[in-house]
Design a protein around this ligand. Structure first.
Ligand code: UDP
Length: 242
């Protein structure tokens, strides 16, 4: 199916309309951004790798009864998705301290957490996605307490499912971000699950296999994402060499 008109363009993805109401094409871009878009570059093959990795995770989650917006993989860097009414609250799950929690609470990167922690952020580029709690979400009409409770429970289940896939291939899931939306009154997982929105460390060496390679100018981003795909036995069609 050919993509229709551009409906939305974010930092890492585009959404196109289709001739089917309620169905969109989600395209993964090669663009990499960090620090609220202040750092920007194009990374060869990132879109194709992210599409393959996200399709893999959404498929595995569906097998465990966790619904996402994905209908099916479409092309190398596209998937067909249901149009969701998005909830403007991002859910972060952390297994190990890294990133913003280290700055906020003065923790050392790499500190294992006694149990998975969930955090909520208000999705607003203009405000830099501030951290909120469920009372803010309810008071300002972004999500009810029942809805944030449901999202947190889904996020914890997704965490266990992802660990179950990553641990056997020697990858530690440090943290990740999820977005949810409504489909026919039900909360389902939207957006993506890729190394752009997760921290993934090699279990033996601690080598970073995620977007921190870009954030921290470590290089080798494509190779790291390709390694994640390889270890998970995900077939990716890229014209390697550049
Ligand atoms: N994350 C994301 N988008 C955001 C903010 C965070 O995908 O807008 C992901 C990030 O890649 C990491 C996790 O959520 O895997 C936790 O990010 P954190 O709060 O530590 O913020 P960061 O260090 O990315 O500023």
């Amino acid at each position: 199916m050919s993509a229709g008109t551009l409906k939305y363009e974010g930092k890492g993805k585009r959404l196109f309309t289709t001739n089917e109401p309620g169905v969109l094409i989600q395209q993964f871009k090669d663009d990499a951004t960090a620090f609220d878009g202040k750092k920007h570059d194009r990374i060869a093959h990132k879109g194709v790798l992210n599409c393959a990795i996200s399709s893999f995770f959404f498929t595995k989650l569906a097998e465990q009864g966790i619904r996402s917006h994905m209908i099916a993989r479409e092309g190398d860097d596209t998937m067909r998705v249901y149009e969701l009414t998005m909830i403007p609250v991002e859910v972060v799950v952390r297994n190990v301290a890294a990133g913003s929690i280290c700055k906020r609470l003065g923790l050392e990167e790499g500190l294992p957490l006694a149990r998975p922690l969930t955090e909520l952020f208000y999705k607003s580029d203009a405000l830099g996605d501030p951290m909120i709690n469920s009372e803010h979400a309810e008071l300002f009409g972004w999500a009810t307490v029942a809805e944030t409770t449901a999202m947190r429970a889904m996020a914890r289940n997704i965490n266990q499912a992802l660990i179950g896939l990553l641990q056997p291939v020697g990858i530690r899931l440090i943290d990740f971000k999820l977005e949810f939306g409504f489909l026919d009154g039900e909360i389902v997982l939207g957006d993506e699950i890729t190394p752009d929105g997760c921290r993934l460390w090699d279990a033996e060496t601690g080598r970073k296999l995620d977007k921190d390679r870009f954030r921290r100018d470590l290089g080798g981003l494509t190779e790291a994402y390709a390694e994640v795909a390889n270890r998970l036995n995900i077939q990716v069609e890229t014209n390697q060499g550049d």
